[in-house]
Design a protein around this ligand. Structure first.
Ligand code: SF4
Length: 585
């Protein structure tokens, strides 16, 4: 199945194997998603930049069949080092399944001592891993905590001779455990109380009690697409404007785990844009939500001067300047997403989104008048304290928005449309909402909802309520997720290592989530519904993101009082502690 994909891909790296150290790079989802993932592309290129390394990709097979590398169709058993890049919790079980399908002993504890092809060292990394490594921890010999650039090239350089000398696995574990950004799960023991709450984390005195993440401080060339394919989910040349986000939205894990927010220099962004292959004109920018209007304007100017069109996944409604609108219009962009995220102005204060109804209405009108007549709106249900009044306010907002955009569409001879994407809110580690329940029930009700059914029901009812309230609006498409399915993501998101057998049963045994949980004697309530206490030790605190103790709880309290927190100002602010721990540009 790989061959047809690679015939359409540009930027594929093929190397001869002789004399080189083979590294398998796994993406636990299908090729169109893998090739759209900038982090996955980055690791592939970083490693292949080393002459002595040959790195080949494995993606999740779309049809049953043997697991083979994309580049040379070799089996996973030919590689002594296996890296997994995991961006999302819903891919966890596929990663477990890929290891098993590739003939690799899935659990690190069960792998033979000799590291070799067939009995490889398994290293996992990616955003989902440095948000919460624990559900996948039993599968990993090592986890990379943080961004790839400052860790991975040297790590692989160090591993190659160790593997060649057939160093013992447990020696490698100890040797790697004190490297910056390296977490070696087999050296840590987690114990749980009879009620299922984490009791203690034990480890040898020679390894750190917590593993501090590593971040890229600056770059001369912003990260950008290196493989392009018409099969990619996002069919464009992607360039990063920076990493992290300065806004501090309280629901967003990326906004916390990628701190400090870093905007790359204009030169670094332009250097990345100039590396696009000849003839490629469609450019996607990542990080637009953080970029100031002036920066966006300058980049917009570059793109216009170079006959490029601009695309992006979503845009902050208060970041739309005249110049940007002109570029968007010239780009013949058909649709843009704006994300109110919270149903009401009150909830947007609670989540620290900082967008008013006025911002949203103005942005929508301006976009449609510029010819971008298809708007997508993202909103979450199940936020803490959410009530029917919040939902009513949102229904009113959509009605008003529809009225405001109609004339702009008509002027252009087009029908303006709205696609509403309604998503169940998942509380994430390292956010001020890490303490709250999936489903949005009040703490007492959540404590009693032992099988999670009331939480799921509450979300379903809210979806129905919104659907009813918006019925009859012409040219409105309503899309909602299924709360019972999102419950699985909510479990994995704040999960611990007891979930590993569940992931394996789903990934290789074909079990459903519910059945796999039942077979392991685990319940969703423990992970997804149970409100967390202020003093509870969370399993993801094995990591150190530089966020000072108590900060997330404080932010949670501010949320409950609907108080706003200012955006990051890395030059002056030391509020959360990250800018003391890391150098922000
Ligand atoms: S210390 Fe301030 S500027 Fe730095 S990441 Fe934290 S909140 Fe943002």
């Amino acid at each position: 199945m790989s061959a047809p994909y690679l015939t359409r891909e540009t930027g594929t790296i093929r190397k001869k194997w002789k004399g080189r150290f083979p590294v398998a790079l796994l993406y636990p989802n299908t090729y169109p998603l893998a090739v759209s993932n900038l982090g996955f592309q980055l690791v592939y290129s970083l490693l292949n930049r080393q002459d002595r390394v040959v790195c080949e990709r494995f993606v999740y097979p779309e049809t049953p069949g043997p697991l083979r590398s994309l580049e040379s169709a070799r089996p996973l058993g030919d590689f002594p080092l296996v890296l997994g890049s995991i961006s999302f919790e819903h891919d966890f079980f596929r990663l477990a399944g890929m290891l098993a399908a590739g003939g690799i002993e899935p659990y690190a504890a069960g792998r033979p001592q000799r590291v070799a092809p067939g009995t490889p060292l398994v290293v996992l990394g990616g955003a989902a891993v440095f948000m919460n490594p624990e559900p996948l921890a039993p599968f990993a010999d090592l986890m990379v905590i943080g961004e790839a650039e400052p860790v991975l090239p040297d790590l692989v350089r160090e591993l190659a001779p160790m593997v060649a000398e057939q160093a013992k696995r447990h020696h490698m574990h100890h040797a790697l455990a004190s490297r910056p950004g390296c977490y070696v799960p087999p050296l840590y023991r987690f114990s749980f109380s009879p009620t299922g709450v984490l009791d203690a984390i034990r480890h040898p005195a020679t390894v750190p009690a917590r593993v501090r993440k590593v971040v890229l401080e600056r770059t001369g060339t912003a990260s950008h697409s290196m493989q392009l394919s018409p099969d990619a989910e996002l069919g464009m040349y992607m360039t990063e404007l920076g990493r992290g986000c300065s806004r501090g939205c309280r629901f967003c894990a990326a906004g916390f785990i990628y701190r400090p927010p870093r905007l790359w220099s204009r030169e670094a962004v332009v250097a990345a844009l100039e590396r696009r292959p000849q003839g490629v004109r469609r450019v996607g920018l990542l990080g637009m939500e953080m970029a100031e209007s002036a920066v966006l304007d300058r980049i917009a100017g570059y793109l216009r001067d170079n006959n490029c069109s601009l695309s992006f996944s979503s845009l902050r409604a208060d970041r739309i300047s005249e110049r940007l609108l002109c570029l968007l219009a010239a780009s013949r962009l058909k649709s843009v997403a704006i994300a109110p995220d919270g149903c009401s102005e009150r909830l947007r204060r609670l989540i620290n989104k900082g967008l008013t109804e006025r911002d949203l209405l103005q942005a929508a009108r301006a976009l449609v008048e510029a010819g971008i007549v298809h708007l997508k709106l993202y909103v979450m249900l199940g936020l803490p304290t959410e009530t029917e009044e919040d939902l009513d306010e949102f229904i009113d907002l959509v009605h008003t928005l529809r009225e405001r955009i109609l004339p702009g569409g008509r002027k252009r001879g087009r029908v303006a449309t709205i696609t509403l994407s309604v998503n169940s809110f998942v509380p994430k580690p390292w956010t001020p909402f890490q303490y709250v329940s999936y489903g949005g029930l009040a703490p007492e009700a959540a404590m009693a909802d032992r099988d999670g059914s009331r939480s799921v029901m509450a979300l379903r009812q809210k979806i129905r309520y919104l659907r009813r309230g918006l019925k009859g609006i012409a040219n409105l498409r309503f899309r909602a997720d299924r709360p019972e399915r999102v419950l699985q993501q909510a479990v994995f998101s704040r999960g611990d290592r007891r979930l590993a057998p569940v992931l394996l049963a789903m990934g290789s045994g074909g079990r459903s989530f519910r059945r796999a949980m039942r077979e392991q004697g685990l319940d969703s309530w423990q992970y997804a519904i149970r409100p967390r206490q202020r003093d509870e030790t969370m399993c993801w605190q094995i990591l150190d993101h530089g966020i000072r103790a108590g900060y997330l709880w404080q932010e949670y309290q501010k949320a409950m009082q609907e108080q706003q927190t200012k955006p990051c100002d890395t030059a002056r602010c030391r509020r959360c502690g990250v800018c003391n721990a890391f150098t922000a540009p």
